[in-house]
Design a binder for this molecule. Structure first.
Ligand code: UD1
Length: 429
């Protein structure tokens, strides 16, 4: 397995181009199942999770054409055609690799009247059930049984019916799955207490371009009028706000000065607000945003993760890395996922002073971190160790970086171009 070797202590300076958003691209790719015409997605990031979903769609029979080598900073263009679907079954072997695979359930059921999708199973950051996806589809008339670890779903004879669905808890994936299903259902569907993440609006924009009628995306009440058929569309994927936030933390933790090209401040307002309290300056530029420290040091600030527009759980680990060398203490509370503090013992091995009490971690700032061999078990935890390594004295080796490759495009290339001393060690090195 590849590793990353980082020699810390160099301020990052320069420009980094932000890639297309992974969490927008995944539901957008699944949306191709809603039509027999071609969906063209531009600005597709080059990531392992994208390949995983492409493999799943291909086994359903989707014809996939990828243009661009994935080395250009403009991102790639993918054409997806679900004209000839050969199977409505999503097998365990593919779904278990990535929970977002469950996003094929709504579109398959809505268009073909049936779907058999493996339950994703547990993952490193907690149980992550899919009950909200299932209950929503049942409210639209689907008959759903769990058989042998699979969700076996059938739509009534006339297809799915519009319904009012009130989510007891905000779920990004369930909002996306049901929005896609509702776009082909008979009648009006209203999603109440819906997720408001920018990725939801990105999906809504694409569905609207495909002929769907959707109002209220970006609010907690989305109204979808179902259509009999949807057609093809061309859509630009939004920039990745989590990659943006990660590089914001990278500039701050190293005392550097970065311009993030293509980044959208509106998508990370809560992060910018929290970081201004930590004395990190984030300003808009004509091409994106600029990040640097305000007074040469970072100040400890408290933060709690929340659904959008709150502080994203996907930036919690990176924020914790930043707080490790802040002046003063920071209380970091995780409200979205259980068991999302796996980075804590690894950061501690680098000299951080962190105490976990239930869903909160108290980080007492230390003057410096020191390099160490470290390892993480999920994507965001891994990148928090990269950030810590960039700031630490000495050498850090981050093991198991296949997690990073799931969500960060050419991270070592992007950071090295701004002065980071880091290299990928191939398995054979
Ligand atoms: C998406 C993101 C992920 C992010 C998360 C929260 C993608 C591909 N992934 O994941 O990076 O961390 O949003 O912002 O977009 N829940 C249930 N029942 C369900 C569904 C969810 O109890 O049926 C719970 C989950 O366990 C979790 C919470 O709801 O505690 C939020 O999960 P959800 O918003 O659904 O996350 P994902 O869509 O899986």
């Amino acid at each position: 397995m590849d590793k990353l070797r980082i020699r810390g202590g160099r301020p990052l300076r320069g420009q980094i181009a932000i890639s297309g958003a992974k969490n927008a691209a995944l539901p957008l790719m699944a949306a191709c199942l809603l039509t027999e015409e071609t969906i063209t997605l531009r600005n597709l990031p080059h990531l392992a999770d994208i390949t995983t979903l492409a493999n799943l769609l291909a086994q359903h029979g989707v014809d996939i054409h990828l243009n661009g080598k994935g080395t250009s900073y403009e991102g790639r263009v993918v054409e997806l055609s679900a004209k000839r679907i050969v199977s409505t079954m999503a097998p365990y072997d593919l779904v278990r690799k990535m929970r977002a695979s469950v996003l094929v359930l709504g579109p398959l059921l809505a268009r073909f009247g049936e779907a058999k999708v493996s339950l994703p199973g547990g993952c490193a950051i907690g149980p992550r059930p899919v009950d909200l996806h299932i209950k929503g589809l049942q409210a639209m008339g689907a008959r759903i049984d769990i058989e042998g670890g699979y969700i076996v779903a059938k739509a009534p004879d006339g297809g799915l019916k519009g319904a009012e669905i009130v989510f007891p808890q905000v779920s990004v994936g369930a909002t996306e799955n049901l929005m896609m299903a509702a776009a082909l259902a008979d009648g009006v569907t209203t999603l109440v207490n819906a997720a408001r993440e920018p990725e939801i609006s990105d999906l809504a924009h694409c569905l609207i371009a495909m002929g769907a009628e959707i109002e209220g995306h970006g609010t907690d009440r989305i109204r979808i009028v179902g259509r009999k058929v949807l057609h093809g569309a061309v859509h630009d994927i939004i920039p990745d706000r989590i990659e943006t936030g990660t590089f914001v933390m990278a500039a701050a933790i190293t005392g550097g000065d970065l311009e993030l090209i293509g980044a959208r401040l509106d998508d990370i307002r809560s992060v910018a607000t929290v970081l201004s309290g930590a004395e990190v300056a984030i300003t808009e530029t004509p091409r994106g945003m600029r990040v640097r420290r305000l007074n040469g040091h970072i100040v400890g600030v408290d933060v709690m993760t929340e659904p959008f527009p709150g502080f994203p759980t996907d930036l919690q680990a990176q924020m914790m890395a930043l707080m490790c060398t802040a002046q003063g203490a920071a209380m970091i509370t995780e409200t979205i996922f259980e068991n999302r503090f796996m980075h804590v013992p690894e950061l501690s091995r680098m000299g951080a002073n962190i105490t976990v009490h239930g869903a909160s971690a108290l980080v007492r700032g230390v003057p410096k971190l020191t390099g160490a061999p470290v390892m993480a078990t999920d994507l965001r935890a891994s990148v928090s160790l990269v950030l810590a390594g960039l700031a630490a004295e000495g050498e850090t080796v981050v093991n198991r970086i296949y997690h990073l490759d799931r969500g960060y495009e050419r991270i070592e290339e992007k950071l090295s171009a701004c002065g980071a001393d880091m290299e990928r060690l191939k398995e054979t090195d």
